[in-house]
Design a protein around this ligand. Structure first.
Ligand code: AHR
Length: 492
């Protein structure tokens, strides 16, 4: 028996709902086929955007969506993607598979997608191969409501009102595919580019600087030193790659060594955040600048037979655990982490939905995001769990991983992952001086490599959680291994 303690009287930071964000890039079948099928498609759509995907994302309460990349963002010239579709430039997507990009999904279509889903758009601008003027004009096109060349162009293209983007990224991975810059050089470029990303009317942009690759603390140090005053957010990218890039293995065919190795790698997110936060705290003790983890998730080999440049991978219970653990970690760091965007939305890396023609599959990762939705905009509560370790000689991980928050209605959301590939764990949950009066919840569990297919889309779905008994105001639960559980606790 393990013991899980929650203190409902000590309120910590608010868990920004944007931690539950996603990322959509012009990569493989994320945008085209995954989201956008065009007005003439037989697949049900509204203005070219798949209705099934929109409904799934609404049910997920998706709060924010990043676009158009990723690496693609630093080669994207936004004017290629506006105006009559037949006149739009056809370009080569050099980063991702060398395929033709016909630009039929551009600025207007992205905002239409966000409108249908009801999420905030987060647009990433081009520093690597674009100009200051180009970026400045894009912001003007999206946000200016008065008479101006770009606002008039937008009106000519059929949208009278400004789109009103708030979240704006100034470059992506500027240390790598975004221009191979040094942090010193990028910090100067960031200062220059962001200067001309103007405020229109009441809409003050939330400007996000391109941040570090995983453990590159020097990048964060330099950016904070040189540009803290002109940024609202600094990003961080960290992917869960089992072993290393050469030996990461497949998404669905793996052994227990790989299971524990993957979870060990994903738990590194916790210490990474602490390391970057410690630097940010020195320059910004009031935590005004948000840490924005705008790319995270698993990265395996592509599915056999698929285009290596399309990054298409399946999604198993292992991914459900990766999602649950990372979301717990982000919740726990919510005093500084105020947005996160899993990579990616559809058909790419750790996707929440997979599509094949008219068919749609909700992945185990999707189900975890949905189960965790109670944390969105709730208040983090201190929680701790007594837990031993489990794993292999090389990869030991804690058996249990949790976070808890207080909702506006006074209920407590508790999410727990059992990381064991085999063993169930009994846990006694207590809320200090407050008795637990009732509980309800859901569980995702199954074999470690269970997944959903287009023929069997419900292999892995949340079930009602029933394995709990209330006694003397405490809750005794049994968590099968592996599993992700989300509970709502009503306190007396
Ligand atoms: O998400 C896939 C790619 O990973 C993104 O384009 C890039 O930013 C990162 O390296």
């Amino acid at each position: 028996m393990e013991y899980l303690h929650i203190d409902p009287e000590r309120k910590l930071s608010v868990i920004d709902k944007n931690i539950y964000g996603n990322f959509s890039e012009h990569l493989g079948h994320c945008i085209y086929e995954g989201v956008y099928v065009g007005e003439d498609s037989d697949i049900p759509n509204v203005n070219g955007i798949r209705t099934d995907v929109v409904e799934a994302l609404k049910a997920l309460k998706l709060p924010v969506l990043r676009w158009p990349g990723g690496c693609f963002a630093d080669e994207y010239h936004w004017k290629d993607g506006i105006g009559p579709k037949e006149e739009r430039a056809k370009i080569v997507n050099t980063h991702w598979g060398g395929v033709t990009e016909d630009n039929s999904f551009g600025t207007h279509e992205f905002f239409e997608l966000c409108r249908q889903v009801g999420c905030e758009p987060y647009v990433c601008g081009n520093v690597g191969s674009g100009t200051v003027r180009e970026m400045s004009e894009w912001v003007e096109y999206m946000n200016c409501d008065s008479v101006s060349p770009m606002a008039d162009l937008r009106r000519k293209n059929g949208h009278d009102e400004a789109f009103g983007v708030k979240y704006f990224g100034v470059g992506n991975e500027s240390w790598g595919c975004g221009g191979m810059m040094t942090p010193e050089y990028y910090a100067d470029e960031y200062r220059r580019y962001q200067t001309f990303c103007r405020r229109y009317g009441e809409n003050r942009l939330f400007k996000i600087a391109s941040g570090a690759n995983s453990g590159d603390l020097h990048w964060t140090e330099v950016l904070m030193q040189k540009a803290t005053r002109c940024m609202d957010g600094l990003s961080l990218h960290y992917y869960t790659v089992p072993y290393d890039w050469q030996k990461r293995g497949q998404a669905t065919v793996f052994d227990k060594d790989s299971w524990y190795e993957t979870l060990k790698k994903t738990l590194r997110m916790d210490s990474l955040l602490s390391e970057h936060e410690a630097i940010m705290d020195r320059y910004d003790p009031d935590k005004k600048v948000a840490l924005v983890v705008d790319e995270w998730g698993t990265w395996y080999d592509v599915e056999p037979g698929t285009n290596p440049g399309f990054l298409y991978q399946q999604n198993t219970i292992r991914d459900a655990l990766v999602a649950g653990i990372n979301l717990n970690i982000f919740n726990q760091h919510s005093d500084r982490v105020r947005m996160a965007n899993i990579a990616q939305l559809a058909n790419v890396l750790q996707a929440v939905v997979l599509t094949e023609g008219p068919k749609l599959v909700l992945t185990p990762t999707y189900h975890v995001f949905k189960m965790y939705a109670g944390h969105q905009d709730a208040t983090l509560l201190p929680s701790s769990v007594s837990t031993g370790c489990v794993g292999t000689e090389e990869a030991q991980v804690p058996k249990l991983h949790q976070s808890a928050s207080l909702a506006a209605d006074g209920s407590v959301t508790l999410t727990i992952c059992n990381l064991s590939a085999d063993d169930a764990e009994d846990v006694l949950v207590d809320c200090g001086g407050r008795a637990i009066a009732s509980f309800s919840g859901e569980i995702v569990t199954g074999a470690m490599d269970a997944y959903n297919t287009f023929d069997a889309p419900e292999n892995v779905v949340p079930q009602e959680f029933k394995d709990g008994v209330l006694k003397d105001g405490k809750l005794c639960i049994s968590l099968p291994g592996p599993s992700v559980v989300a509970l709502t606790l009503k306190l007396a």
